[in-house]
Design a protein around this ligand. Structure first.
Ligand code: 13P
Length: 260
C-alpha cells in the first residue's frame, strides 16, 4: 500500500527566531513546485524559533513541529515545555526520544512513553525516534535494541493511537557522521520495525505507519533510501538547514517513492 512521503527537518539547536523565519521564507519559494499530495514537509525548530516559523509558514504547505514535550500538563519542571503550550502556538508535530536526548539528557524508553502519551493527549502528531549505537550494530544486537525501544516506548499505546504516530529509525552511528546506512541495511531494519508493529497491532495497522529514516540523509541518497519498500521519508539534520539542500532532498525522496 502507498504511504505518503513525510520529510521532517530537525533543526536541532540551530537558527534564532529571525534566522528560522528567513529559512522558512526561502523554503516557501523553493518548495512551491512540490505537489502537496506528494509529500508532507515539516520543520522542527528550537522552541524559541517556533513562533516566527509558524507565522512565516502560514499559507504554505510547510508544517511545524517541536523537538520535545514534557509529560506533565504544568508544574515545577524548570526548563521544560508542556503540550498545551505547543498546541496553543499552532505546533502540529513533536519529535520524541531523539538519540541526542537519550545520549545527553537521560531520556529513557519510559520517559519516551510518557512524552508520547502527552503528545497524543494534546493532539500533537508524535515522531518517535529509535536507533542503535555502533557497538550494538557491530555486536549483532540491533533488533534486540529496537525491540526494547519499541516495546517500552509504545507501552499501552492502542492501535488507534498508533496510527497517529510516525516512527523515525535513526542509527546513531549515521547521525551527523556522513555515514549513511546503505539502502539495503536501512530497509532490512525498517522491515524489522514493521514486523514488530504487525505482531503488536496487526498487518493492516503496520502497513499504515510512516517509518522515516534518519542519519546523514541528503539529496544524493534520498532517492535510493525512499525507493525502498518500507522507508517512507526522512528525519533530516544537517541537510535541512538550507532551503536548497532540503528542497532537493524532498524532490529526490518523492522520485524514490514513485519508483517503488
Ligand atoms: P543528520 O542528518 O545531520 O545526520 O542528523 C540526523 C538526525 O539526527 C535527525 O534527527
Amino acid at each position: 500500500m502507498a504511504r505518503k512521503v513525510v520529510i521532517a527537518g530537525n533543526w536541532k539547536m540551530n537558527k534564532t527566531a529571525s534566522e528560522g523565519k528567513a529559512l522558512v521564507e526561502a523554503l516557501k519559494e523553493t518548495t512551491k513546485g512540490i505537489c502537496p499530495n506528494c509529500a508532507d514537509i515539516i520543520v522542527c525548530p528550537p522552541f524559541t524559533t517556533l513562533v516566527s516559523v509558524i507565522e512565516a509558514a502560514k499559507g504554505s504547505n510547510i508544517k511545524v513541529g517541536a523537538q520535545n514535550i514534557h509529560w506533565a500538563d504544568n508544574g515545577a519542571f524548570t526548563g521544560e515545555i508542556a503540550g498545551n503550550m505547543l498546541k496553543e502556538l499552532g505546533v502540529e508535530y513533536v519529535i520524541i526520544g531523539h538519540s541526542e536526548r537519550r545520549q545527553y539528557f537521560g531520556e529513557t524508553d519510559e520517559t519516551v512513553n510518557l512524552r508520547l502519551k502527552a503528545a497524543l493527549k494534546n493532539d500533537l502528531k508524535p515522531i518517535v525516534c529509535i536507533g542503535e549505537l555502533l557497538e550494538e550494530r557491530e555486536s549483532g544486537a540491533t533488533e534486540k535494541v529496537l525491540f526494547t525501544q519499541l516495546d517500552g516506548g509504545l507501552k499501552d499505546i492502542s492501535a488507534a493511537d498508533m496510527e497517529k504516530i510516525i516512527l523515525a529509525y535513526e542509527p546513531v552511528w549515521a547521525i551527523g557522521t556522513g555515514k549513511t546506512a546503505t539502502p539495503d541495511i536501512a530497509e532490512e531494519t525498517h522491515k524489522y520495525i514493521r514486523s514488530f508493529l504487525a505482531d503488536k497491532y496487526g498487518k493492516e495497522v503496520a502497513d499504515k505507519i510512516v517509518i522515516q529514516y534518519g542519519g546523514s540523509m541528503k539529496a544524493e541518497n534520498a532517492e535510493a533510501l525512499v525507493g525502498q519498500a518500507d522507508i517512507d521519508g526522512g528525519l533530516i539534520g544537517g541537510a535541512a538547514l538550507k532551503a536548497d539542500s532540503f528542497t532537493a532532498l524532498i524532490e529526490n525522496a518523492i522520485a524514490g517513492a514513485k519508483n517503488k
